[in-house]
Design a protein around this ligand. Structure first.
Ligand code: UD1
Ligand code: UDP
Length: 381
């Protein structure tokens, strides 16, 4: 029998990190021909992930433009995908998460009547503009998909409530699988600025901030809060690998470059990032991925957003929604820095997002869908 042609389409750093272990899993299984198509929505930040996981792209649409708009990402991906799908003739297209590449990849598959598998399906805030445009990207992708790989039972429940068509599987999040490759006990950083940090005697706080809905006033509030915290806590060091978005870089360097306890560095590769988180005191972020990774490493997280589609770690007590107001962010971070009991309460390793076996579950679900095995994989719970 011919092998099943599964084409994974992704384009940004977080999609690549979370799809990499799945691409590797598919490649291991003889019944699949695994094809990798990059939109190239990100460039340097994407290539860095491909290098760490040893992945090679079969296709790269290379669409990135400086300060690109949502329309340009979507339209350039859609136009580029036509020729790729015609040439590669995939039996299934996999997309991940909620970026503009995700949505455009799914829409293009639909136009070519190729079924879509949605990895990291069912996350919702039910607020169209937060996160923006991700909430709408993932909802529309859910409408198109035939196979929905939901990380948690609550994500699957969202999809059932919305009565999406197709099969829903609870798989765990593939990011926990990715961390099996990256986190090492005796890891040595290759970034000089990270090697220079004294993790034992200083309070090292890992920071990231990049979301579109935080552009402008929210981002200014967040950076003001960091300035204030640095003054209040001379024992703290903030390490912030700044996203390559020109909007973010202008704001971050404009407001924080003169604070000696704040280390603004270029984006680091995912192995450096995961091992930085494993060693830090706590994490302050508006990232989606960091909210899943830090709890698994036992690090408290303050989420610099108004809402989150990842409530599981909030319920487990290791993540707090800090919002985007300076006073609240300062109060919550100050509490963790000043009160050991409050810190201990949050610093416990929990793994609501996965057990490291999401990728084999997804591969088995695809096999089951194509009639290659009798049994549907058991849900992650
Ligand atoms: C995108 C996703 C967001 C995700 C984030 C992960 C959309 C609309 N947004 O947002 O969901 O959380 O990626 O990081 O899909 N740039 C470079 N080199 C790179 C990457 C980016 O120079 O390797 C610069 C470019 O000038 C680019 C800009 O960053 O125009 C913004 O990139 P873009 O993908 O549009 O938005 P993100 O904020 O990265
Ligand atoms: N990350 C990284 N290098 C960095 C910053 C983040 O490898 O300098 C990783 C991080 O560990 C996580 C992913 O990138 O796996 C998150 O990406 P991002 O915050 O850009 O996007 P989001 O998850 O918010 O969509």
């Amino acid at each position: 029998m011919d092998r099943i042609r599964v084409m994974s389409v992704f384009g940004t750093r977080p999609e690549a990190i979370k799809m990499a272990p799945l691409v590797l899993e598919l490649a291991k299984r003889p019944e699949f021909e695994s094809i990798c198509c990059l939109s190239g929505q990100h460039r340097e930040m994407l290539q860095s992930v491909m290098d760490i996981f040893g992945l090679k792209a079969d296709y790269n649409l290379d669409i990135m433009q400086k300060q690109q708009t949502l329309s340009s990402i979507t339209s350039r991906t859609l136009l580029g995908m036509d020729a790729v799908i015609e040439q590669a003739k995939p039996d299934l297209i996999l997309v991940h998460g909620d970026t503009s590449t995700t949505f455009a990849g799914a829409l293009s598959a639909f136009y070519h009547k190729v079924p879509v598998g949605h990895v990291e399906a069912g996350l919702r805030t039910y607020d169209k503009y937060s996160p923006y445009p991700e909430e709408m990207n993932r909802t529309l992708t859910g409408d198109i998909a035939a196979l929905h790989f939901a990380p948690t039972a609550a994500n699957a429940e969202n999809l059932r409530r919305e009565r999406v068509q197709g099969e829903i599987f609870v798989t765990g999040n593939t990011v926990i699988d990715a961390m099996r490759y990256t986190v090492q006990r005796d890891y040595r950083f290759s970034t000089e600025a990270l090697n220079a940090l004294d993790f034992e005697h200083r309070r090292v706080i890992a920071v990231t901030c990049h979301r579109r809905e935080n552009y402008g006033a929210p981002m200014r509030n967040i950076f003001e809060a960091i300035r204030q915290l640095a003054e209040m806590h001379p024992e703290a060091e903030f390490v912030y690998p700044v996203h390559l978005s020109p909007v973010v870089r202008e704001a971050a360097f404009g407001m924080l470059a003169d604070v000696p306890q704040v280390h603004l560095i270029d984006p680091i590769d995912v192995q450096e990032m995961h091992n930085l988180m494993a060693r830090c005191f706590m994490v302050m972020t508006d990232s989606g991925g960091l909210q899943e990774e830090a709890p698994a490493l036992g690090k408290p997280v303050l989420v610099l957003r108004r809402e989150t589609e990842r409530p599981e770690a909030v319920t487990a007590g290791t993540v707090k929604l800090a919002g985007v107001e300076q006073a609240t962010i300062v109060r919550l971070a100050d509490e963790l820095l000043s009160d050991p009991a409050a810190y201990r309460k949050m610093a416990k390793a929990v793994n609501p997002y996965g057990d490291g076996s999401a990728c084999p579950r997804i591969a088995e679900a695809i096999e089951w869908h194509f009639g290659l095995c009798k049994d549907r994989p058991a849900d992650f719970c």
